[in-house]
Write a protein that binds this ligand. Structure first.
Ligand code: BGC
Length: 429
């Protein structure tokens, strides 16, 4: 045996969140939503206003969309046809970092380099056109302080981005300057939205009764339509920055990941659930179990492969683990190591479910739970085995009889379609 069975049980148990712990989390999360909305200084979630309501469904016309939120950026030209219908007229996508060639997200990169790269991408999407006037919606998936639909200032990078000269700046101004440098004065950035807001807009354009939009990918965050039951403010979509919630039962592995990250102390929920960190969490737990120093650098894709191996001898799961650890394991050990990977993933899904339940309870107040959709986008939700299943199961447990009123839908056109919708909505405001 390469590891002690009791130690294994303890490491695995550290990732287990029982139903009571989850119910407590829902209550704490709701309390923090209220604190964030009231602007209380101790609030963990930023609860940022988007200055947008839900789309009417009638939006139409051609708009540009820039989707900037992870390592891949995309620029699109989209024709909105109304009634939930749309057509992508052109689309270009490029990674922000290409090892050995360029890297626009490290601390060596500058804002100018990054935004020139974005302007070039938009230029490709419009095929060099300098005459047709275009309104552009920008999905910018980082915590931003907004004062209106155009003005969004990056508060702090997340997801390990570190480009200099962007924090504290109005991102659409940086984009406008870059467009001007290329002579693209026919393109006007008019709206900036978070990717969660984009998912909600896109889903609500197609289905009425969608009030919650969520990303479960490299990063994790959720927004919802806040109607301010006390009439204290006009209804708007709130980007919660729920990845910042931190009243959570963190393990020593979570603490290790946090310490090694670009921003220790920040985004504690996100670091427990999102694709950027899941593999490393497993790597930290495994290193502890095997008595090794540091953190084995697993990716969430490798973690998915480990969990997906359904062969009796767990050969491919074992190969992935052996490649990182340099140790060989028996089939029985490999099965246990797979169980540990499953525990990391299941915990993630259950925590995210608790955040959704918190929002649903907050929105309904004392009312009956209306039939509704939660729109979710992201590679973890879509591709990591067991996530969608355990998310649903935990939501069912938390909402009990009323769970049937809530449907979770996959909305994977959101980031771009939502940006185009936001641009269109500035015309009708
Ligand atoms: C960012 C959010 C974003 C989420 C999903 C987080 O790291 O802070 O603004 O919505 O990632 O992309």
């Amino acid at each position: 045996m390469n590891f002690d069975r009791e130690k294994f049980n303890a490491v695995k148990a550290a990732f287990t969140l029982d139903d009571d712990a989850l119910r407590t989390m829902v209550e704490d999360f709701r309390a923090d939503m209220r604190a964030g909305l009231a602007g209380e200084p101790h609030a963990m979630m930023r609860m940022l206003r988007s200055y947008l309501g839900l789309p009417s469904g009638k939006e139409n016309g051609t708009f540009l969309a820039l989707d900037f939120g992870g390592t891949n950026v995309r620029a699109l030209r989209i024709l909105l046809k109304g009634g939930g219908d749309y057509e992508v007229l052109s689309k270009v996508a490029k990674p922000l970092t290409m090892p050995g060639l360029y890297d626009h997200i490290s601390a060596d990169a500058t804002a100018e380099e990054m935004f020139d790269f974005l302007a070039e991408l938009i230029d490709e999407a419009i095929e060099g056109n300098r005459t047709t006037p275009y309104l552009l919606g920008h999905t910018f998936s980082f915590p931003s302080r907004q004062t209106d639909i155009y003005n969004a200032e990056l508060i702090i990078w997340t997801k390990e981005f570190a480009t200099r000269g962007v924090e504290g700046k109005v991102v659409n101004d940086l984009l406008k300057e870059a467009l001007a440098r290329r002579g693209m004065t026919n393109v006007t950035p008019v709206a900036v939205i978070n990717d969660t807001v984009a998912v909600l807009l896109a889903a609500a354009y197609k289905n009425e009764h969608t009030y919650i939009g969520s990303i479960y990918a490299t990063g994790q965050n959720t927004c919802y339509y806040e109607e301010f039951a006390d009439g204290s403010a006009p209804a708007t979509i709130i980007n919660m920055e729920s990845g910042g919630f931190c009243n959570l039962p963190c393990t020593k592995y979570d603490d290790a990941i946090d310490r090694e990250s670009e921003k220790p102390g920040a985004q504690r929920l996100e670091k427990m659930v999102s694709g950027r960190y899941l593999g490393a969490l497993y790597g930290a737990a495994l290193a502890d179990l095997l008595g090794a120093d540091g953190i084995y650098p697993f990716t969430s894709i490798e973690l998915s492969e480990i969990v997906a191996d359904a062969y009796l001898d767990r050969h491919s799961a074992g190969a992935a683990i052996e490649a990182k650890t340099g140790m060989t394991f028996s089939a029985a050990e490999r099965t246990l190591l797979q169980e540990l990977a499953t525990a990391v993933i299941v915990r993630s899904a259950r925590i995210v479910a608790a955040t959704y339940a918190g929002i649903i309870q907050h929105r309904r107040g004392e009312d009956e739970l209306e039939n509704q959709f939660i729109a979710v986008d992201g590679s973890v939700y879509e591709k990591v085995p067991l996530v969608a299943h355990h998310l649903r199961a935990a939501l069912d447990m938390l909402l009990m009889d009323e769970a049937v009123n809530v449907q979770i839908i996959l909305e994977n056109t959101g980031s771009a379609l939502g940006a185009a919708l936001a641009a269109a909505m500035t015309e009708t405001k």
